[in-house]
Design a protein around this ligand. Sequence first.
Ligand code: B12
Ligand code: SF4
Length: 399
Amino acid sequence: MQYCRDLCAKRQRCSFIGKMMYRSRVGMMRTMQESISKNSPQDFVALTVAIKAWGRELGFQDIRIADAAADMSQAEAGLLEWLNQGHHGQMDYMAKHGSRRTRPAELVPGTLRVISVRMNNTPPAAKDSWEVMQDGTRAFISRYALGRDYHKVLRTRLQKLADKIAVEVGPFNYRVFTDSAPVMEVEWAQKSGLGWRGKHTLLLSREAGSMFFLGEVYTDLPLPVDRAVGDYCGSCSKCIAICPTQAIIAPYRLDARRCISYLTIEHKGSIPETLRPLIGNRVYGCDDCQLICPWNKFAAITGEDDFAVRNGLDDVSLVELFGWSKEQFDTTLAGSPIRRIGHEQWLRNLAVGLGNAPSSAAVTGALQARRDDASALVREHVQWALQQHGRRCDSPGNL
Ligand code: B12
Ligand code: SF4
């Protein structure tokens, strides 16, 4: 309470000049007396219009606002159930932070609103995903990861948005997030009306499908809130049916331990053998449940140069990537999200891909060359991969 009073007093003092600039920019005609009466609902309506316009200028395709005190009891129950079932696997960070994940004011005291944004991530001129996945000699890398790491891109833009707001209203209490904080991003985006939750658990928008990143600004500004939109999935369940590992165990319920995105990015150590053949050539992330979704015919190509394909990663052979030294991995993938998994996990994933590739001298040669790799994890996956080729050569169909 004291905090809120201090904040209000501070705003009254600091933001008058900024407020005047803001008024002239949004073209509002007010008397001096009116402009001193701060924090009126009209002020916040105009500020919201301005925030949305700045957000678009900064490269976000949509910006919406939710009430931070909205009912999150269902989300809390869903999260707890998910954790109790162990569906988070090794992602211990999902179990930390308790109710701070669902209650913004417990994470950032004084938070009244959640501003959610989305930014398209489909890179221009990338090789068709299905074509890459159908060619077992190529490596499929999730389309969002072909360019620069999005965390930095989104956080920088969100900070710029917050800076713009501060110029107009004076210092205000806020924090920006994307992905890595205890924030239920899809849930907030859904509440704000950015879209609805698909059965694959991701946010879908009628204008953009699901191929975008989400980010948020938690703020103490009492901005007017937007309305949630309806659910447009209907009876479609293509995302559930196509999942190669059947990780979507029921609509809106994902067992991350089976999800290829989890297995190739978040999971440390050995990949369960039963799942390896189902992973195919997906070596970093997975897009199947999104690619099959009819709403993704509306997915727009990103305008961000940062997300453009780097180093030909959209269409590259497994053998070539498997030949990279640690130095090559570190240098070539500087700035890429892939670098975060490290060379050892990268080789582990590629070994699985090579185990699933059509048998050839190039494939078995590449695997043989890493048979004595310094990493026990890599050696174990190479061994498995070589066995797959041994098995395939022995099978009657190959005689
Ligand atoms: C952990 C995580 C993962 C995990 C788990 C995913 C998951 N669905 O939980 C893994 C590693 C598998 C993953 C994969 C991917 N992720 Co991810 N991930 C996250 C993260 C960090 C947290 C998500 C979360 O809170 N999960 C916890 C579970 C409980 O939440 P939930 O599945 O949404 O469950 C809700 C309901 O489904 C329901 N529920 C769940 N279980 C149950 C059980 C019962 C009984 C009931 C009643 C209800 C219920 O209640 C829950 C709460 O509302 C968010 C960023 C963030 N901070 O929010 C990004 C995020 C969701 N991921 C994102 C992306 C892009 C992906 C991938 C597409 C990446 C890729 N191409 O490989 C895949 C997609 C896989 C998929 N189908 O979800 C984007 C999604 C953007 C969008 N359009 O929605 C986010 C928002 C990151 C970002 N900032 O852009 N991710
Ligand atoms: S990302 Fe792939 S493995 Fe994970 S739920 Fe979607 S289709 Fe299944």
